[in-house]
Design a protein around this ligand. Structure first.
Ligand SMILES: *Cc1c(COP(=O)(O)O)cnc(C)c1O
Length: 355
C-alpha cells in the first residue's frame, strides 16, 4: 500500500500559509480595510434571515445576475461561479485533463496553475518572462505551436510581478492557440484594464475574476465568464452547492454597496503610489512597476531573506520569494496596506537596510 498515493502528489509540499499572529499583515494581497460599522450592522441584519437549514441556490442565480451587471459581462456570454477562482481553475483543468494534455503559463506566475495541473495529472509548461517581466512573445508562440496546450493562463496583472502584459502580445497568443486562454483578472480593481469587453471577439477567450483582492477574500467567490459552449461543459464538473448561503447573501450585499469597495480600491491605489515613491528613494533596491495591490522589489547587496526575517522580528509580515530562486532570486513582495501599515513598513525597512 506504500504506493497508494501518486508519486507526483507525494513530491508536492502542501500550500504553505505563514502564521501572521499579531503582525502587520502585508503578505497575501488582502484589502487592509474592514467594513464600516454601519455596513456591518446592515450586513448582520441580512444574514440573520439566511436559511441555513436549506441548501443554497445551486446556480446562485440572483448573485450571478448582479455580478453580470456589475462586471459588465456581455449578454451573450455565460458565467460560472467558483469557491474562489482557485476552484474555477480546478474545474477547467478537470474538464480537459487527459494524458498528454498540458497547461501553459508564463513564469514567474501564480503557483496554483502548476499545482492544479499536477493534481489532475496534466503536464505543466512554464514559459519564462523576459528580465523586465514582460511576455516573451516568440517563446510563448513557439511553445503554443509546439505543445498546443489545452489551457493557457495569463494573469492580468501578473502575480507576483505586478505588471500588466502587453495587450497585443496577449491577443497574438489568443489567436495562435487552439486551446482556451484564460485571462485571470484577480487584480482588476487596481489595474483598470480588462479583457472582458473582448469576450465576444474570440471563441477561445475566457475571463476570470475574484472578489478576494477587492476586500472579500474570506468569502471565497470567483467568477468565470466566456462562451456558453465552454462554460456549460465546465459547469458539469462543478459540485452542486459550491457557493454557500452566507457567501451568496454577503456577496450580493457587497455589490449593493459597491461604492464602499471602490473607495477602498482608490485608497489602495493612492497608497501604492506613495509606497512606490518611498521605495524608489532607497538605495540597493530595484522597485518594479505595479498595476496591482502589491509591489515586487529586488535587493542588490543585502540578502533578501535576511531583510524578510528582520522585518518579521519588527512585527511585519511580507512575502519572501527569494527561496524560489531563478527570476525571483533576492525578491520580496509587499502587499499595499493602510497608510499606517505602509509607514510602519517603510520605517522598519529603512532600519533593516542600515543594519
Ligand atoms: C490571488 C489570486 C487568485 C486567487 O483568487 P481566489 O479567488 O482567492 O481563489 C487567482 N489568480 C491570481 C493571479 C491571484 O493572484
Amino acid at each position: 500500500m506504500s504506493d497508494l498515493i501518486r508519486p507526483e502528489i507525494k513530491a508536492l509540499s502542501a500550500y504553505h500559509v505563514a502564521d501572521a499572529g499579531g503582525m502587520i499583515k502585508l503578505d497575501a494581497m488582502e484589502n487592509p480595510y474592514g467594513l464600516p460599522d454601519d455596513l456591518i450592522a446592515r450586513w448582520l441584519q441580512k444574514i440573520s434571515h439566511a436559511a441555513l437549514n436549506r441548501y443554497p441556490d445551486p446556480h446562485a442565480a440572483e448573485l450571478r445576475d448582479s455580478l453580470r451587471g456589475y462586471m459588465q459581462i456581455p449578454a451573450d456570454q455565460a458565467i460560472m461561479l467558483g469557491n474562489g477562482s482557485d476552484e474555477l481553475i480546478q474545474m477547467m483543468a478537470m474538464a480537459v485533463a487527459q494524458p498528454g494534455r498540458s497547461i501553459l503559463a508564463p513564469e514567474p506566475g501564480f503557483v496554483m496553475y502548476k499545482m492544479i495541473a499536477t493534481f489532475v495529472g496534466m503536464d505543466y509548461i512554464g514559459v519564462p518572462l523576459r528580465d523586465d517581466f514582460s511576455l516573451d512573445l516568440p517563446a510563448m508562440l513557439a511553445a503554443v505551436k509546439a505543445q498546443q496546450p489545452a489551457l493557457i493562463f495569463l494573469a492580468y496583472p501578473n502575480n507576483p510581478t505586478a505588471n500588466l502584459f502587453d495587450e497585443q502580445a496577449m491577443l497574438d497568443i489568443i489567436q495562435a492557440s487552439q486551446g482556451l486562454v484564460i485571462v485571470d483578472e484577480a487584480y482588476q480593481p487596481f489595474a483598470g484594464e480588462s479583457f472582458m469587453p473582448r469576450l465576444g471577439q474570440f471563441e477561445n477567450l475566457l475571463v476570470m475574476r475574484t472578489v478576494s483582492k477587492m476586500g472579500l477574500a474570506g468569502l471565497r467567490l470567483g467568477l468565470l465568464a466566456g462562451n456558453p459552449k465552454w462554460i456549460n461543459e465546465f459547469d458539469k464538473v462543478r459540485l452542486p452547492y459550491n457557493i454557500n448561503v452566507l457567501t451568496q447573501i454577503t456577496a450580493q450585499f457587497a455589490l449593493d454597496n459597491a461604492s464602499v469597495f471602490e473607495a477602498q480600491a482608490t485608497s489602495i491605489r493612492e497608497q501604492r503610489s506613495w509606497l512606490l515613491n518611498e521605495l524608489n528613494k532607497l538605495a540597493d533596491l530595484q522597485v518594479y512597476p505595479s498595476r496591482a495591490n502589491f509591489i515586487l522589489v529586488r535587493f542588490g547587496k543585502k540578502n533578501a531573506s535576511k531583510v524578510f526575517e528582520l522585518l518579521k522580528q519588527q512585527g511585519i509580515l511580507i512575502k519572501n520569494l527569494s527561496p524560489a530562486g531563478g527570476a525571483l532570486d533576492q525578491c520580496l513582495r509587499i502587499t499595499v496596506g493602510t497608510s499606517d501599515e505602509n509607514r510602519a513598513f517603510v520605517s522598519a525597512l529603512r532600519k533593516c537596510l542600515h543594519a
